[in-house]
Design a protein around this ligand. Structure first.
Ligand code: NAP
Ligand code: GDP
Length: 318
């Protein structure tokens, strides 16, 4: 990036947005002005409201994080809302970025949008190879369309619109609401409340057998900044921990229990859904660019995330 960039971050108040803000404040680069948007600045599903935001800030670069986001159970109950809200937001951001001659847009896909029936490990070439898992098809198809739009804007107008594909993310400032949260914030809040009430049984939904790769939001933020400044492809890039860092939900629950120093019993409610069994993603493309990138060890990242919630649970999104 050259001189005097104005970088607009949609979804700047969320899990990933807050982590990017944290890194940017540490860097404090003089030629970059950063704007972190909340939904209070305007509803990005609304074209006119979005246009107004772009006219106010005149961004040269956009990191597009804003989305209707949620865990397995929230997706299962609201596939239509996930589809429509995300289609509208993404279409507005990309079209207005084109109209405003934004130099680069980095949008966010997810490893949970890949085909349900696939070969492993999943890589960037497989995004459109078959139907997604039925539990989150609304979110998945809306996210997949970003990649299609990026290619079309590039082909027809020469735009540099690209996307990243993170695995499951966790860290401070997550969404802890049990109705809509992902598994890590959901279990952190649950165990925090159990301990406060003096309970000794930690119930985890599903069989505990599904496998997931989890990236710490602070690590993802550093990779996002590298993509914004250095990655020159329209094709997406997977931002994930290594394949051998994949853990079962059972191992995850044990890690959370350890971070809380919880000595009670962990039980599994097998009447609840497991969702996709696994979605093991390859970070070979990332490793080709950044062979030496060091991910924060899982236990340390979990400890920091649990400590953040302990200290901030009153102001957290519960
Ligand atoms: P998050 O914590 O739920 O934050 C969502 C952000 O989007 C918030 O800043 C929210 O604003 C904003 N937003 C939602 N609806 C909006 C609307 N209609 N208009 C304007 N802003 C709106 O999400 P996250 O976990 O940081 O996710 C960031 C990106 O990463 C998303 O694109 C998501 O799909 C992707 N991703 C997340 C994960 C994960 O595990 N969390 C994994 C892979 C990919 P307010 O809070 O101000 O309302
Ligand atoms: P996914 O990775 O997109 O499927 O989303 P989640 O972050 O919601 O992870 C879902 C996995 O964690 C499933 O196997 C669930 O059965 C399991 N799980 C266990 N307890 C919870 C919980 O309290 N909330 C959520 N969202 N998932 C849970």
């Amino acid at each position: 990036m050259g001189k005097n960039k104005v970088i607009l971050v949609t979804g700047g108040t969320g899990l990933v947005g807050k982590a990017i803000q944290h890194i940017v404040e540490l860097e404090n680069l003089p030629d970059e002005k950063w704007i972190f948007l909340s939904s209070k600045d305007g509803d990005l599903c609304d074209y006119q409201a979005t246009k107004k935001i772009f006219e106010t800030h005149c961004p040269t670069h956009v990191i597009h994080l804003a989305a209707m986001v949620g865990g397995l159970f929230h997706n299962m109950a609201h596939n239509l809302d996930f589809l429509r809200n995300n289609l509208h937001m993404n279409d507005n951001i990309l079209q207005i970025s084109y109209e405003s001659r934004v130099e680069k847009v980095v949008s966010c896909l997810s490893t949970c949008i890949f085909p349900d029936k696939t070969q492993y490990p999943i890589d960037e070439t497989m995004v459109h190879n078959g139907p997604p898992h039925p539990s989150n098809f609304g979110y998945s198809y809306a996210k997949r369309m970003i990649d299609i739009q990026n290619k079309a804007y590039h082909e027809q107008h020469g735009c540099m619109f690209t996307s990243v594909i993170p695995c499951n993310v966790f860290g401070p400032h997550d969404n802890y609401n049990p109705e809509s949260s992902h598994v890590i914030p959901g279990l952190i809040k649950k165990l925090h409340d159990i301990i406060e009430k003096g309970g000794d049984t930690f119930t985890v939904m599903g069989t505990g057998k599904p496998l997931r790769q989890f990236i710490y939001s602070v690590d993802l933020a550093k990779l996002f900044l590298w993509v914004l400044r250095n990655y020159q492809e329209v094709e997406p890039i997977i931002l994930s921990v290594d394949e051998n860092s994949e853990v079962t939900i059972k191992e995850l629950a044990e890690e959370i229990a350890q971070a809380f120093n919880f000595k009670g019993t962990i039980v599994f409610d097998t009447t609840k859904a497991d969702g996709q069994y696994k979605k093991t993603a390859s970070n070979a493309k990332l490793r080709k660019y950044l062979p030496d990138f060091q991910f924060t060890p899982f236990s340390l990242a979990m400890k920091e995330s649990v400590n953040w919630y302990r200290e901030n649970h009153e102001i957290a999104r519960n």
